[in-house]
Design a protein around this ligand. Structure first.
Ligand SMILES: Cc1cc2nc3c(=O)[nH]c(=O)nc-3n(C[C@H](O)[C@H](O)[C@H](O)COP(=O)(O)O)c2cc1C
Length: 298
């Protein structure tokens, strides 16, 4: 579903099944429901109109509300698993603390069913404003991941002009001091190293993984959408016993028409995070304490 500002969601209430409980009037962030004669009625919203967030559909006790448009169809309400199957805070913390970035994988392939579960997890991620304009390229099997790695490194090599010190100096006023330094002293040498390693027959980009995903997003959506979707995917992979590692270098592919063309990605889309996936070779025995740079209750 491509993002379109002009598309509106259209909520419908099946009056015969509406009990007039009024929950939809409280759940809708845009106040698109009012009770009239004991039944919910759809009215003009207060701000954006219906953005198809789905709150009314998810909350309605009788299931009498449907939303169509802006990415939703009439049958998007899913039964929720029983509450007692929800991960506890301890279980979730264990999952998060146990997860490490995995860069060495066994030769065992990743099941297609696992990839489907991971993709389904990504569809549950929040987005700045619905519908999601996040796309995913899935590379299933070591050969396909290697082809992706080869194509990506070729694209990084073509980026040489953009990251050339002269170009970067010219772009410094736009980039700002910190970004300019990061491009010059980190991104450029890193991409150059990936290209050189690839030429030497080593895969320091996708780490010989048996599966990979590459998240991209449309020009009018928030890049954070793709990052959050990738994060949800990563956590689901972890819960399925798969190791994963995010790839930030994939953002560089946003500037390469040839790569986008080959993989059918719209020219104006940008690449967010990549995710390599597979069965971990090594087992970790301890978690690592990390600290946020700054926390204050202001
Ligand atoms: C935005 C982002 C980009 C990343 N890019 C890469 C990458 O290109 N290559 C890589 O090997 N690891 C990459 N990583 C993984 C980090 O290096 C890793 O998360 C970090 O070292 C902390 O280790 P942990 O994930 O095991 O806690 C990335 C992680 C994030 C969040």
């Amino acid at each position: 579903m491509r993002f379109d500002w002009t598309d509106q969601g259209t909520p419908t209430v099946e009056a015969a099944r509406c009990t007039g409980c009024g929950l939809c009037t409280r759940l809708c962030p845009d106040q698109m429901f009012q009770l009239e004669n004991g039944k919910a009625q759809v009215v003009a919203g207060s701000f954006l109109g219906c953005i198809a967030c789905g709150h009314c559909v998810a909350g309605c006790p009788t299931g009498c509300i449907t939303v169509r448009g802006r990415g939703m169809t009439g049958d998007d309400a899913l039964p929720l698993p029983p509450k007692d199957t929800q991960a506890s805070a301890d279980q979730l913390r264990t999952l998060m603390l146990t997860r490490r970035s995995i860069r060495r994988f066994t030769a065992e392939p990743v099941d297609r069913a696992a990839l489907d579960q991971i993709l389904e997890a990504a569809t549950t991620a929040p987005m700045g404003i619905p519908p999601s304009d996040v796309g995913v390229l899935v590379f299933h099997g070591r050969d396909r991941v290697q082809a992706f790695s080869e194509d990506a490194c070729a694209a990084f090599a073509r980026l040489g002009w953009l990251l050339h010190p002269v170009t970067l100096t010219l772009m410094r006023p736009l980039l700002g001091k910190e970004n300019h330094r990061a491009m010059r002293d980190f991104v450029r040498p890193l991409l150059q190293a990936l290209v050189a390693e690839r030429a030497a027959g080593r895969d320091d980009f996708t780490y010989d993984a048996p599966a990979a995903m590459l998240f991209h997003y449309g020009p009018e959506s928030d890049g954070a959408d793709a990052h959050i979707a990738a994060t949800y995917a990563m956590l689901m992979a972890e819960s399925l016993g798969l190791g994963s590692c995010m790839l930030g270098t994939t953002a560089g592919l946003s500037h390469d028409k040839q790569f986008k063309q080959k993989y059918g990605v719209p020219p104006k889309n940008k690449f967010g995070l990549g995710l390599v996936l597979g069965h971990p070779q090594e087992v970790f025995r301890r978690g690592i304490r990390r600290r946020l740079a700054d926390v204050r209750f202001a």
